[in-house]
Design a protein around this ligand. Structure first.
Ligand SMILES: [Zn+2]
Length: 98
């Protein structure tokens, strides 16, 4: 499967050219970010638009191909389906605690 140039551009526009996880923009990063499979291909994901997220390199490296396969493993936050407050607790120092 391949992500077409049209799909890539559509995902970028949908994300307003910013990482859907941390908000870093293409301007902040100095170039385009990456298209990520929310559910990795190796874990049964596909190239459909609902499975594609726009993500900065740092967020993408942090996630890698994680996908919870056990009920006791933490699930991933999908920024287009769930509010951040459902997965993160803002701390007094401005960081987020998972
Ligand atoms: Zn990010």
């Amino acid at each position: 499967m391949t992500i077409t140039a049209e799909t890539r551009e559509w995902v970028r526009q949908r994300a307003n050219y910013a990482c859907e996880f941390c908000g870093v923009t293409e301007t902040d990063a100095g170039g385009e970010l990456t298209i990520d499979h929310f559910r990795p291909i190796t874990k049964g994901g596909d190239d459909g638009p609902e499975n594609l997220l726009y993500r900065c390199h740092r967020c993408n490296q942090y996630k890698l191909d994680y996908w919870s396969s056990h009920h006791d493993e933490p699930s991933l936050w999908n920024p287009r389906r769930e509010p951040a407050a459902q997965h993160f607790l803002p701390l007094d120092d401005g960081t987020l605690h998972p």
